[in-house]
Write a protein of this length. Structure first.
Length: 330
């Protein structure tokens, strides 16, 4: 039987921004709330299947870096993509749009190298400095699940099951690939490192869970849910996992906590399945039922799901202004 565990309310967007739409939000590697907000009066509209509003083709926004009571505002003007992801990078921010426009060539040509000048690839990642000036803009592929930066300035992008990427070839062509899983970029673009090249036996249909820590990165991909451990040099280990369908991840040494959410009797239930690494296998040890700070069960699905080492930050569906924290050793 699972024991009850109350989450801590960790970060809240200041009330003075309550009139603005939250376009994207996260918790960065320093534990700060980071958000992209915009005035919905610019022409934001409801979009099917999304609780957030969709921005117009061109809009202005503000990146907020909330460090306790201090908030650093970065004005961003004339944005031209729906930037669904944000994180800090140095004293600025990086934004990513999850989806890209079609590449401009027929589907029949996807199986052959295509000259780069015939492709229309969306530069769907933008790096801004602390004054809102663009430092870099480049294409990072379609189907981004999460954008996370680390303390060393690396940019990590995980991908869901519709992901694709046109890789550059030495002869000036690009080749189509899919099931990207997870990629690492530097702040100026260039060719990425992709986890799929180092894990040929792992199916990276969807990177269900990601934890970007200080020294290690852990991922748990669909369909088999192995626990993959990485560092700056590549893949260190691939461990089979007895826990399926995890969507969030906290890691402390050999201890691992997986978020498992489902509906039970018409109500939402969030469970933490505690496990421990035993050689090349991750074995479940116990379960905890997550409750809100006042003891209530969550009223919707867990969103956000930002994992950094022993911490996992979550949002309740529909509320993008509050982050709740789970700590594996608390």
């Amino acid at each position: 039987m699972a024991t009850d565990r109350r989450l801590a309310l960790d970060a809240t967007l200041p009330d003075r921004y309550a009139h603005l739409e939250v376009v994207a939000c996260t918790i960065d590697h320093l534990g700060r709330l980071v958000a992209l907000v915009a005035d919905p009066g610019q022409g934001f509209v409801p979009f099917r299947y999304f609780s957030a509003l969709r921005p117009p083709p061109r809009y202005d926004a503000t990146a907020l870096i909330c460090d306790g009571v201090e908030v650093h505002e970065i004005p961003l003007t004339d944005l031209d993509l729906w930037f669904s992801d944000i994180d800090t990078l140095g004293d600025g921010v990086v934004l990513a749009a999850a989806r890209c426009d079609p590449p401009g060539v027929s589907y029949e040509r996807y199986g052959e190298p295509v000259p780069e000048d015939q492709l229309h690839l969306t530069e769907n990642l933008r790096v801004f400095d602390s004054r809102g000036q663009i430092r870099a803009s480049f294409y990072v592929g379609d189907g981004i699940e999460q954008l996370v930066t680390d303390a060393d300035g690396n940019i990590w992008t995980s991908y869901f099951d519709e992901s694709s990427y046109w890789s550059a070839n030495p002869d000036g062509t690009r080749s189509y690939g899919f099931m990207i899983g997870l990629a690492r970029w530097d702040s100026s673009g260039g060719e990425p490192w992709m986890v799929s090249s180092d894990t040929p036996t792992v199916a990276w249909c969807d990177c269900y869970a990601l934890n970007v820590g200080r020294q290690r990165v852990h991922a748990c991909p669909y369909t088999d849910f192995p626990l993959v451990e990485l560092d700056a040099h590549g893949v260190r280990a691939v461990m089979s996992n007895t826990i399926r369908s995890c969507s969030g991840l906290a890691v402390s040494g050999a201890d691992v906590a997986f978020l498992d959410q489902h509906r039970e009797g018409g109500r939402y239930r969030w469970d933490i399945r505690r496990a421990r690494r035993d050689g090349d296998v991750v074995v479940e040890k116990e379960r905890e039922q997550l409750l809100l700070p006042d003891g209530r069960q969550p009223s919707g699905w867990a969103r956000g799901k930002v994992g950094r080492d022993e911490m996992l930050w979550l949002q309740v569906d529909g509320d993008r202004r509050r982050w709740y924290r789970y700590e594996i050793d608390a």
